[in-house]
Design a protein around this ligand. Structure first.
Ligand SMILES: C[S@@+](CC[C@H](N)C(=O)[O-])C[C@H]1O[C@@H](n2cnc3c(N)ncnc32)[C@H](O)[C@@H]1O
Length: 199
């Protein structure tokens, strides 16, 4: 059997993220995941939260990485992966009542981060819960030496990639119609930020 694309980070963080999503996505129906990568989060969360329909997406060129694990998923609440580039205008996928994205805002450019929230604002039809996982800076400072080193490494990979300022991201979220619900500490100096659409 061919090995599926694998991320050790996903294996390490998925149970911590799930513990928060279980409550945050209670009563929600469908999740749009942005930048699903290997599909490990999609498969794990779909399996553990069977009341949800989980829609994985990624850049068109990354779908070959995402599809194999999703194709092997045994249940029927994981939808076939769809292409989504947050810079698309308009987005080709609807924005349902829950949205999840992990480790994507520091990879895409800041312009793309603006598109991420612009696309959500344009597509939201009602009460949406947004959960974003990853490293963030606060008050213009790294939260750890390891995040500072990680940011240096990111800049070497691509000049547009960088750990984002929580305050800048929260401002974009507010502009898009969200209100911060909670900022959850995660292992390895990451955060899980939860916003809910303002009424
Ligand atoms: C570091 S990976 C994280 C993958 C997965 N969510 C995880 O936690 O392992 C960053 C993801 O962001 C996606 N991405 C980057 N730019 C994007 C864009 N403009 N629109 C949508 N996804 C994007 C990449 O394709 C990739 O899947």
């Amino acid at each position: 059997m061919h090995e599926l694309p694998f991320s050790q980070a996903c294996e390490n963080n998925k149970s911590h993220i799930l513990a928060v999503l279980r409550a945050a996505f209670a009563g929600r129906g469908q999740v749009l995941e942005i930048g699903s990568g290997t599909g490990q989060h999609a498969c794990h969360f779909a399996q553990q939260l069977p009341q949800l329909r989980w829609q994985p997406t990624d850049l068109p060129q990354n779908l070959p990485v995402l599809r194999p694990r999703c194709a092997a998923y045994p249940g029927d609440n994981l939808l076939p992966p769809l292409p989504l580039d947050v810079r698309d205008d308009p987005w080709s996928v609807p924005v349902p009542d829950a949205v999840f994205s992990a480790n994507s805002l520091h990879i895409m450019s800041m312009d793309s981060v603006r598109c991420f929230f612009g696309g959500l604002a344009a597509g939201m039809r009602g009460d949406t819960t947004l959960a974003v996982y990853g490293p963030f800076n606060y008050g213009g400072r790294y939260t750890s030496d390891s995040n500072a080193r990680f940011d240096q490494w990111l800049a070497q990979q691509h000049p547009d990639s960088a750990i984002r300022d929580f305050e800048a991201v929260d401002a974009l979220a507010r502009e898009a119609g969200f209100e911060l619900q909670s900022d959850n500490e995660m292992p390895a100096n990451n955060r899980l930020l939860l916003w809910r659409a303002r009424g």
